[in-house]
Design a protein around this ligand. Structure first.
Ligand code: PRP
Length: 205
């Protein structure tokens, strides 16, 4: 039996994925006391889980050092890449949205708008589709600050409950895309380890 390596996004996605592994009857006790360990073997299986930051999950799957990856659709939209997206795992549901200050009209006036986002490619693609020139400013986190500080006319970010926007005097102007956690596969692994990978895809779906 071939060994299967799964790259898993640390943090929120990891927690939900471990619940899924439990439903798949994998022994998840190894996650409870994983400490700072980054490579976890699932007992009595041929599966090894690698814990990584979201963009790195994609890198490891693209390079074929991991066969499968579990990451958000937001990362897939932002980074693209050479892999197959084979399943929607159903958790981590949220949306990409354009947001701005409550009551403001994002499109008002003829000036070029400044948009802040952690997701600069998603932002560029969105406004390119609209045929609109924009200045994009990359912000690493808490992007809600950018319009509040007068740095941007709007932001493109993930909205889950909407609480962060409301508590900071912002609102959704436009919804852009639905997001959830997806399973991705390296194309070579898909061929070379087909039976093992098909079995995991079926179990996860
Ligand atoms: C995300 C996102 C928003 C918030 C939305 O941030 O960037 O700030 O969650 O969630 P809500 O609609 O339920 O309020 P995250 O917590 O991942 O941290 P970050 O700002 O460091 O990216």
């Amino acid at each position: 039996m071939n060994k299967i390596r799964i790259a898993l996004t640390k943090g929120r996605v990891e927690k939900e994925a471990v619940k899924l592994f439990d439903k798949m009857k994998w022994d998840i006790s190894v996650f409870a006391d994983r400490g700072r360990k980054l490579i976890i073997e699932i007992p009595n299986t041929n599966v090894e889980v690698i814990l990584a930051k979201a963009p790195d999950v994609i890198t490891y799957v693209e390079h074929g050092v991991c066969d499968l990856g579990i990451t958000g659709k937001d990362m897939i939209m932002e980074y693209g890449g050479d892999y197959f997206e084979v399943a929607d795992l159903g958790f981590g549901r949220c949306r990409f949205a354009l947001a701005g200050e409550i009551g403001s009209d994002f499109y008002k006036g003829h000036n070029i708008k400044t948009v802040a986002s952690k997701y600069t490619n998603v932002t560029r693609n969105y406004f390119e589709t609209k045929g609109m020139d924009t200045d994009i400013v990359k912000i690493e986190g808490s992007v809600e600050l950018a319009p509040l500080l007068g740095l941007a006319d709007g932001i493109i970010d993930i909205v889950e409950t909407g609480a962060t926007l409301i508590e900071n005097g912002l609102e959704v102007k436009e919804y852009i895309a639905d997001i959830s956690t997806r399973l991705i596969v390296n194309p070579v692994s898909m061929k070379m380890k087909k039976s093992e990978i098909d079995e995991i895809i079926n179990l996860m779906s």
